[in-house]
Design a protein around this ligand. Structure first.
Ligand code: GLN
Length: 484
C-alpha cells in the first residue's frame, strides 16, 4: 500500500519505529497534491514550506527517542474557516481573501502541541453556506469518485482531500451537515461531535448555536484518535462544555451486544433512493448479527427541521457576518465617498450570492414585526425537535439513518435552485438543532460506483458509543478500504 493510502494509526507505527520519516511522508503528500489537485480542487492553499518545516521538527522529536504523540509528524488538511496563525484563512470568500489571522484556533493549537503537519487549507462553500462546495468564491471542488459530481459540502475540500489521498485526514466544520454530508458523498468517515465538545474559538462563525468542528478520516479509529486530541473545555469559548473527557477509542472492538438502535420512520419516507434504503437494510442486518436490536421509532417534528434550520442559521449568520464591513480587516472597496458607501460597496463586492441571500433572509426573520412569527417560532420548534430526541434516547442507545438521500449530484445540477440545494441536508440538520453527536460511515456504493453513507446519532456526549458501533460495522465491511 502507498504511504498516502494509510491511516493515522498505521502511519504512527511506521513513524514511531522509524521505518519512515515525517519529511518523507510529507513529501509524498505534496507530490500527490501537485499531481492530483488541479483536477480535484480540494485545497485553497497548500502550505508546503510550513509542512516541510513542521515535518523536520517532528523527525527531530522522533530521533531523540521522545515518547511521541499519535499525531506527531502526521500530515493533515484543515478547512479554510479555522484560524491558522500567520497563514491565510479565507472562508473561500473574497471578503477574507487576504486575511491572515494573528492567532490559532484552539483545535489548531491542540494539533500543534502534538506536532502535526499542516499540508494546507481546504476549499469550502463560502462561509460554510452550502451543500456542494459550489458556493466557494475560489472554485468548485470535484468529487474524486466522479469528477462531474460535487463532493458534497460545505467541507467538500476536506472530504475530497482525504478521499483522493491528498491528506491522511482533515478537519471540517458542521453547522447542518457539512462534515457528514461530504464524508458520505466522498466515501470517508465524518464525525460531528456534541455541541460544546470542541472549542469553537478561532472557527470563523457562521451560526454559533449550531457550528461544530470535527474530524474527516479514512476509518473510525482515526476519527476517535483525532477527537481525543481536539476535544476539551476551553475558557475562550463560553459554550464549551466543562465535561471530563473519556478516551474515545476505549470501546473500539468491544461487543455491541444488547444495544438498542432506533430507525426513525421519518428518515425512510417516499423520497429515499432505493439503493440508499438497501444500504441501511444491509447495515441493520450486520449490526443485528453482532447482537444489536432494532425497532422502528418516530421523530415527529423531523419535517420542520429544514425550515427551522434555515430561519435560525440565517438569523445567526446575518448577525455574525455584520463584522465584515471593510473597516478593521478583510476586503475594502476602493470606490466610496462616505462611510456608508464604503460599507455597502465592500459588502456588495466581497460576499457571494448565497451569503447575501442568507444575510437578507436572516435580517428579515429578526426584524421587528417578523421576529415573533419566524425567529421566535423557530426557537420553539427547535425545542420540540430536541424533545423528540430526548424521549427516544430514554429508551434507545442510538439511531440509525442514511446520511444522504441519494449519491452525490452533478456539478451545476442544483445551483439554480437554492431550495433543492437546502434539501440535501434533510437527514443531518436535526443533529445540529439538537446539539447531538452523529457520525457518517461508508455504507456501500450506488450502481454507478458512487459512495453512500449511513449515519449513527446518539444522545449528547455519547461519542464513545457511536464510535464503537460505527467501528463494529466497519470491521464487517470493506467499503472504507475502496479508493476512487
Ligand atoms: N448545507 C447547510 C447550509 O448550507 C449546512 C452547512 C454546514 O453545515 N456548514 O447551511
Amino acid at each position: 500500500m502507498e504511504l498516502y493510502q494509510q491511516t493515522i494509526h498505521q502511519l504512527h507505527s511506521l513513524l514511531k519505529s522509524k521505518k519512515i520519516s515525517s519529511v518523507e511522508l510529507t513529501k509524498a503528500f505534496l507530490q500527490r497534491i501537485s499531481e492530483q489537485d488541479s483536477r480535484i480542487g480540494a485545497y485553497i492553499s497548500v502550505t508546503g514550506d510550513t509542512a516541510l518545516h513542521q515535518a523536520a521538527q517532528a523527525d527531530k522529536l522522533i530521533a531523540h527517542g521522545n515518547d511521541i504523540s499519535i499525531l506527531t509528524g502526521i500530515p493533515l488538511a484543515i478547512k479554510d474557516n479555522m484560524c491558522t496563525k500567520g497563514l491565510k484563512t479565507t472562508c473561500a470568500s473574497r471578503i477574507l481573501g487576504d486575511f491572515t489571522p494573528p492567532y490559532d484556533a484552539t483545535a489548531i493549537e491542540k494539533l500543534k502541541q502534538q506536532h502535526y503537519v499542516l499540508l494546507g487549507k481546504t476549499n469550502m462553500d463560502e462561509f460554510a453556506m452550502g451543500s456542494s462546495t459550489e458556493n466557494s468564491g475560489v472554485r468548485p471542488t470535484h468529487n474524486p469518485w466522479d469528477l462531474n459530481r460535487v463532493p458534497g459540502g460545505s467541507s467538500g475540500g476536506s472530504a475530497a482531500a482525504v478521499a483522493s489521498q491528498q491528506a491522511v485526514a482533515a478537519l471540517g466544520s458542521d453547522t447542518g451537515g457539512s462534515i457528514r454530508q461530504p464524508a458520505a458523498c466522498c466515501g470517508v468517515v465524518g464525525l460531528k461531535p456534541t455541541y460544546g465538545l470542541i472549542s469553537r474559538y478561532g472557527l470563523v462563525a457562521f451560526a454559533s448555536s449550531l457550528d461544530q468542528i470535527g474530524p474527516i478520516t479514512r476509518d473510525v479509529r482515526d476519527a476517535a484518535l483525532l477527537l481525543n486530541v481536539i476535544a476539551g473545555h476551553d475558557h475562550r469559548d463560553s459554550t464549551s462544555a466543562p465535561q471530563s473527557l473519556p478516551d474515545f477509542t476505549a470501546k473500539l472492538g468491544k461487543p455491541i451486544e444488547g444495544l438498542k438502535i432506533g430507525l426513525p420512520r421519518e428518515y425512510f419516507s417516499a423520497g429515499l433512493g432505493q439503493e440508499v434504503a438497501a444500504g441501511i437494510d444491509n447495515a441493520r442486518n450486520i449490526l443485528e448479527k453482532l447482537g444489536a436490536s432494532f425497532a422502528e421509532v418516530s421523530l415527529p417534528h423531523t419535517e420542520y427541521g429544514i425550515a427551522t434550520y434555515y430561519i435560525l442559521a440565517t438569523a445567526e449568520a446575518s448577525s455574525n457576518l455584520a463584522r465584515y464591513d471593510g473597516v478593521k480587516y478583510g476586503y475594502r472597496h476602493q470606490d466610496y465617498d462616505n462611510l456608508l458607501q464604503m460599507y455597502e460597496n465592500s459588502r456588495a463586492a466581497g460576499f457571494g450570492d448565497e451569503v447575501k441571500r442568507r444575510i437578507m433572509l436572516g435580517t428579515y426573520v429578526l426584524s421587528s414585526g417578523y421576529y415573533d412569527a419566524y425567529y421566535l417560532k423557530a426557537q420553539k420548534v427547535r425545542s420540540l425537535i430536541i424533545r423528540d430526541f430526548e424521549e427516544l434516547f430514554a429508551e434507545y442507545d442510538l439511531l440509525l439513518t442514511p446520511t444522504i438521500p441519494a449519491p452525490a449530484f452533478k456539478l451545476g445540477e442544483r445551483t439554480a435552485d437554492p431550495l433543492t440545494m437546502y434539501l440535501s441536508d434533510i437527514f443531518t440538520i436535526s443533529a445540529n438543532l439538537a446539539g447531538l453527536p452523529a457520525i457518517s460511515v461508508p455504507s456501500g456504493f450506488s450502481s454507478s460506483k458512487l459512495p453512500l453513507g449511513l449515519q449513527l446519532m446518539g444522545p449528547p456526549f455519547s461519542e464513545t458509543k457511536i464510535l464503537q458501533v460505527a467501528h463494529a460495522f466497519e470491521q464487517e465491511t470493506d467499503y472504507h478500504l475502496q479508493h476512487p
